[in-house]
Design a protein around this ligand. Structure first.
Ligand SMILES: NC(=O)c1ccc[n+]([C@@H]2O[C@H](COP(=O)([O-])OP(=O)(O)OC[C@H]3O[C@@H](n4cnc5c(N)ncnc54)[C@H](O)[C@@H]3O)[C@@H](O)[C@H]2O)c1
Length: 266
């Protein structure tokens, strides 16, 4: 049972010292910011990404900055053997597995749903849903003394949007997955939570918006038009992921925290 934490200080509750984490898609964007904050909080981290060169650069930069052990792993979340391998590596080289962040995801534009091909639908669901499900399963099998799994969702997991039906559907599924895994893993002291970002300025989003920018849309000022007056940055998400991964959130599971500067509020 997850213990009452009321006698501990805030700083101690936030500390991830002595914990080992895996961040999928940790080489860039939101994942990279998460790696940085987890290491700053005291965790040792594996950066698990398709792009091994970027993962290595991220790992060495954050290791130098934080003084923590940060490893790079060539990982494809659409390949279950690859997920199992990085989970094993975390246990073998970092002494355990306590935190697993399912961050890797793709968001190619679907276009009209009537034109979506089976190949497109399969790819979207394989990376975003099966990759998250299998990642959580492989992590949970290796969490010997409890742990935390954080799934990156999206505000489009709560409502539909024209032209991104594949992505939005995949994120709806991850919200359902978060609740179901929380129910089953609680008996093993594993919390499962989600974070749903609004639009965040990352390489992935910039690539999506490039055609609009090329067509003359002022993408930068459009992204700044949030309730809180500025565009979302990867660290806005990484801070909340770090809190949820820590014992500050010891009584939170099966829930998704929306971090969107109020875009879903009205
Ligand atoms: N940026 C946003 O506005 C936003 C909003 C809501 C949700 N999200 C979610 O946050 C997560 C990160 O988004 P981002 O914008 O930082 O993405 P990004 O495209 O900028 O970075 C994604 C990283 O994941 C890696 N990756 C892609 N496919 C992979 C695979 N099969 N296996 C392992 N690694 C893989 C990429 O190499 C890259 O380093 C995603 O799950 C995304 O759906 C992002």
């Amino acid at each position: 049972m997850i213990a009452d934490q009321s006698a501990r200080s805030l700083a101690d509750l936030l500390s991830l010292s002595g914990r080992a984490a895996v961040v999928t898609g940790g080489a860039s964007g939101i994942g990279r910011a998460i790696v940085g904050r987890l290491a700053e909080a005291g965790a040792d981290v594996v950066v698990a990404d398709l792009d091994i060169e970027r993962a290595e650069a991220t790992a060495s930069e954050i290791a130098a900055r934080s003084g923590r052990r940060v490893l790079a792993s060539a990982t494809d979340v659409s390949d279950t053997a690859s997920l199992a391998a990085v989970a094993d590596r975390c246990v073998a080289e970092l002494g355990g597995l306590h935190i697993w962040i399912n961050n890797a995801g793709i968001y190619p534009t679907t276009g009209p749903a009537i034109e979506a091909t089976d190949e497109f639908i399969d790819r979207m669901l394989t990376v975003n849903v099966r990759g998250t499900f299998a990642g959580a399963r492989e992590a949970s099998r290796r969490m010997q003394s409890g742990g935390v799994i954080v799934n990156l969702v999206s505000t489009t997991g709560f409502r539909g949007a024209v032209g991104i039906s594949g992505y939005s559907t995949s994120k709806h599924a991850v919200i359902g997955l978060t609740k179901n895994l929380a129910l089953e893993f609680a008996a093993r002291d594993i919390r499962v939570v989600g974070v749903a970002p609004g639009v965040i300025d990352t390489p992935g989003v910039q690539a999506q918006l490039a055609p609009l920018a090329a067509a003359g849309l002022d993408v930068a000022s459009r992204m700044q038009r949030t309730l809180l007056g500025r565009a979302g940055q990867p660290d806005d998400i990484a801070r909340m992921v770090t809190v949820l991964a820590s014992d500050l959130a010891a009584w939170v599971t099966g829930e998704v925290l929306v971090v969107d500067a109020g875009s879903l509020a009205g």
